[in-house]
Structures are given as C-alpha cells and as structure tokens.
Ligand binder design. Structure first.
Ligand SMILES: Nc1ncnc2c1ncn2[C@@H]1O[C@H](COP(=O)(O)OP(=O)(O)OP(=O)(O)O)[C@@H](O)[C@H]1O
Ligand SMILES: [Mg+2]
Length: 427
C-alpha cells in the first residue's frame, strides 16, 4: 500500500550541491517558530536540526553506487511510494574495521513522494534519537544532466517489516510474545515522538509496513517523509491537507484536515487489530463484509464469547485470551470517533505492558474457549524459535519499560502549529 498526497503535488527543486536543509522545512513552521521563540523556549525541528546536522554523513552518488554495486537489482530489497530500497555496504567514518551494512533508499523521480518528503525525512531523523526509531546514517543529494538524485542511507534492519511478518505467508508466524514486544516498541517510539521531545512530532503514516524489525525483532519506526510538528501552545491542532494511508488514517483528520497526535493514535489502533487478527486493515481479496477490518471486528466485541474467533488463526492456541481482550479494548479506545477520547501513547504503552505481564502469567491461555476457535488442542507452534519464551534482551527490556514510560510522561510537549493535508489510495 503506498501513500499519496493528492492536493500537495510534489515539486522538485533544482540543486547543484548538498541541500541546505534548514531552508526547506515547512515555511509555516519556520515562521511560527520564530514568532513564538520569545514566548516559549521550545525549538522547531529545523532549529534542532541545525544543532544535530553534523551527525549525518553526506554521501556522494559514486559512493552509493559503489555501495550497491551500481544499484544492482540483486540488491534491491523493497519498493515503496518514495522509490526503491537497496541493501549496501559502506565504509566506517574512520575507514577502519568492517564495512557497515546499510539500506539505501533511492528516490524515484516519477514517484508520488519526492523531494519534500526527502527533506522532511532528513530533518526529522536527523533530530530524533530513540531505540524504537530507525537510524538515519546520512543522505545524498546530487543533480546531473540525468536529473536530480535524492537518497537516504539507513541502518540496515535485517528482519523486514511487521507487515511482511503478519501478511506474507513466506514468513514464519510471529509468536504472541513477539507481537507484544513489537507493539510495545512501536508504542514507545510513538510516545517518544508525541511526548518525549522539545517539539512534538506526528508521524502521519503509522502502519505495519513502516514498523521495521531489527535483529532482536524490536520495532523500529520508519518513513518520516510525511511527519509534521504538532500544534504550538494554545492550539488544539494543526490545519493541513490530508495525507496518509487509506485504511490507517484517522477519519476525523481526513475529513477536517485537523491534525493532532491522536491521528497517530488512531493508526496505532488499526495496527493493534492487524496484529490481533493477522488481517490487513483493507483487503479487497476478502468477501465484502470482511474487506474493512474495523467494520468486521466490530461484530466481535472484546467482552463477547465469540471474540476469540477474530484472533489470527496462525497463532493456534498460543496466546493469552485475557491479554487479547485487553488489547482489543485498548484498540477500541484508540479508535474512538472523538480524537480527544483516544488515549495518549504513554497510556497505550502502559496498557500493553500490563497485557504483556498478563500473558506471561497466563499459563493455559484459551482454556474453556477453544470451542469457539475450531482449532486442534496441543497444536505445535509453526516456528519453534519464534514461539519460544521471551529472549534475554526482551526480559531486560521489560525491566526498563516502566522507567521509560515515566520519562516520557515527564517530558515536554510539542507546541508547534503547521499546515498539512494528505490522503492515500489503495492499489
Ligand atoms: N532500513 C531498512 N532496512 C532494511 N529494510 C528496509 C529498510 N527500510 C526499508 N526497508 C525495506 O523496504 C521495504 C519498503 O519500504 P518503503 O518504506 O519504501 O515502502 P513501504 O513502507 O512498503 O510503503 P510506503 O512507501 O507506503 O511507506 C520495507 O518494507 C522493508 O522491507
Ligand atoms: Mg515505508
């Protein structure tokens, strides 16, 4: 599923050298920040970027060609709205030691996303720093007679995306524990964006294909090309053109163009149901009543006995019904019609942690409810490794979760206002 901006057509600017990113942020945002600086001490993303820009490497096109064997099709690992992604290897900054494996995103000049998104991605990821966000190593901007070239170089994520593991039959089933671990990580990433920074950041394109998985299957949020700063102090929302992905974008945002962090919370609710059910938010290959996931799950309320029928059959009996109910209720909260009623992401993190603990103590998860599942008892898990207990790193991580949540709750909230709009189309 690719994202589209329908009103805000992309315009490519001619550049002869590496971009002066500070001049490319939203004009509205930059203006507002300047006018509000005397009142508050918060800084905008472009201002924060100026401080941190030196942490990003600037690559030349020949360097990245070399890294990818001339953008070899054999090294192509993905394709999205922005362009193609290649696996590559680059030298370390000091030129010593082993080469670093990276993912290189190459803008497709004919694509629907483009330079503006590229600049946003560089600025946001140049500033953001959290274990649940993908790390941007650097970028390349080159113009030649063949046109403009815009590339991004990221840390390589060896385990693809949550979307791949939930919906692509070629992958082994993600265990219940792994699902919870990924959800908590993704929620912590969003909580950091919404509540853990000087400037609030709204992702605007949160979905399972933008949750990449690192070597430990920890979630790493990616694709900040549509991200925007949140409203400034005294404002309830940012007015913008609607952008996002159909099936994930909050209806109130699509209708009104009023963007708040609660738009991301809605999208998180959609992903919660995708993880519970193993179904895509929109799936035109299913019978009509089942095509829209949110419409379908509405018939199986979390407190009803038939609730377990919506749980991903690939999980067989290896999940906690009590925790699943808790997560479905959380999802319903995230999917409240009124944005104000939706929980903050720090609250979402806390509930998911509770669900995770409940799962750990739930020894016979679906006892008494199997009749509704039509699944064999004592089924072997599909993938024993995945279905095994939590890893050491996960246990360690759980120990730190409470502290992290407390930290997020104590941090400053964003206060910027910016205009935007967006929408997407299903292909
Ligand atoms: N840093 C990375 N490391 C490893 N693989 C990556 C990385 N970034 C992206 N990929 C791979 O490339 C795929 C495509 O990513 P991309 O973000 O371009 O498209 P998408 O998320 O599928 O769609 P959209 O353009 O709507 O976001 C991902 O699903 C993932 O498998
Ligand atoms: Mg993506």
């Amino acid at each position: 599923m690719k994202c589209f901006s329908f009103r805000d057509k992309l315009r490519f600017r001619q550049q002869k050298s590496a971009p002066e990113l500070k001049t490319f942020g939203s004009g509205a945002a930059v203006h507002l920040i300047k006018s509000s600086c005397s009142v508050t001490s918060t800084r905008s993303i472009p201002e924060l970027y100026e401080e941190k820009a030196q942490n990003l490497r600037v690559f030349t096109l020949p360097e990245l060609k070399l890294a990818t064997n001339g953008f070899s099709r054999l090294l192509k690992i993905g394709e999205g709205g922005f362009g193609s992604i290649y696996k590559g290897t680059i030298k370390r900054l000091d030129g010593k030691g082993q080469m670093i494996t990276v993912a290189i995103k190459k803008l497709n000049p004919a694509g629907m996303q483009g330079h503006k998104q590229w600049v946003a991605e560089v600025q946001f990821l140049g500033v953001l720093d959290h274990p649940n966000l993908v790390k941007l190593i650097g970028y390349c901007a080159a113009d030649s007679e063949r046109g403009i070239q815009r590339l991004l170089v990221y840390e390589f994520m060896p385990n693809k995306s949550l979307d791949d593991h939930l919906f692509n039959k070629a992958y082994a089933t993600l265990s219940w524990t792994a699902r919870l671990q990924i959800l908590i990580g993704a929620a912590q990433g969003l909580a950091y964006l919404h509540e853990g920074l000087e400037a609030q950041v709204i992702h605007r394109d949160f979905k399972s294909s933008n949750i990449l998985l690192d070597e430990d299957f920890e979630a790493r949020l990616s694709d900040f090309g549509l991200a925007r700063e949140g409203p400034t102090a005294g404002h309830t929302h940012v007015s913008t053109a609607g952008v996002g992905t159909l099936g994930y974008a909050a209806p109130d945002y699509i209708e009104s163009g009023h963007l708040t962090s609660k738009s991301d919370v809605w999208s998180f609710g959609v992903v919660l149901y995708e993880v519970l059910t193993g179904r895509r938010s929109l799936d035109m290959n299913r019978p009509k009543p089942e095509q829209k996931l949110l419409d379908w799950v509405r018939q199986y309320h979390a407190d009803s006995r038939k609730f377990v029928m919506i749980i991903d059959p690939c999980l067989e009996n290896q999940f906690s019904v009590a925790a699943a109910r808790m997560i479905a209720k959380l999802a319903d909260g995230c999917l409240q019609k009124s944005a104000k009623e939706r929980p903050k992401m720090s609250e979402v993190v806390r509930v998911l942690m509770d669900a995770s603990q409940l799962s750990m103590g739930d020894q016979s998860p679906i006892e008494g409810e199997r009749a509704f599942m039509s699944l064999p008892d004592n089924s072997e898990p599909k993938n024993k490794e995945d279905q095994a207990g939590p890893s050491e790193s996960w246990k360690k991580r759980m120990g730190h979760l409470t502290k992290l949540t407390e930290h997020v709750e104590g941090t400053h909230k964003g206060r910027r206002m910016i205009l935007m709009m967006h929408r997407e189309k299903v292909q």
